[in-house]
Design a protein around this ligand. Structure first.
Ligand code: SME
Length: 149
């Protein structure tokens, strides 16, 4: 199966998974688990905006930094820009925060509610160049399932 086919199977499953639950933390936990199980990611999880920092939320994988200031690292940059950031080689990203030395590429997708970033989805890979526009396309839709009307 291609990764696009995997995402196409996963998206309706994730929509169904979150449909009956209003609690965003519970939904982040299951969405992160579903993604992490479907792919060979190193770390899959969420940081939630709390004032001027991102605070670690539900995740799958090794322990991680608990707080990331606005504009710092890949996560803080995606928050500040309000846009998905794809990093093919984290060692070349100025200000990258290395929670794990095994991570080599990363994607961070901001989650918006009423025009504000309320959280980010962060995925790390041990391979270089893991993430591209296909990941962006589907992960943005998956991230959006966490925000209920
Ligand atoms: N590398 C991230 C920090 C979070 S860990 O990857 C889980 C960053 O630079 O924001």
């Amino acid at each position: 199966m291609t990764k696009e086919e995997t995402y196409q199977q996963l998206l309706p499953q994730i929509k169904a998974l979150v449909a009956g639950e209003q609690d965003i933390i519970a939904n982040m936990a299951n969405v992160g688990a579903a993604l992490h199980e479907a792919f060979d990611f190193w770390w899959t999880g969420f940081y939630r905006v709390e004032g001027d920092v991102l605070v670690l939320g539900p995740f799958q994988g090794p322990i991680a930094c608990t707080r990331i200031p606005y504009g710092r690292g890949v996560c803080g940059t995606a928050w500040a820009q309000g846009q998905t950031v794809i990093v093919p080689n984290v060692h070349e990203f100025a200000g990258h925060i290395a929670c794990s030395s095994a991570s080599n590429s990363e994607i961070v997708v901001p989650i918006h509610r009423d025009g504000e970033v309320i959280a980010v989805l962060d995925i790390d890979s041990t391979a270089f160049n893991t993430f591209d526009s296909i990941d962006r396309h589907y992960l943005e839709q998956i991230a959006a399932t966490l925000v209920k009307a």
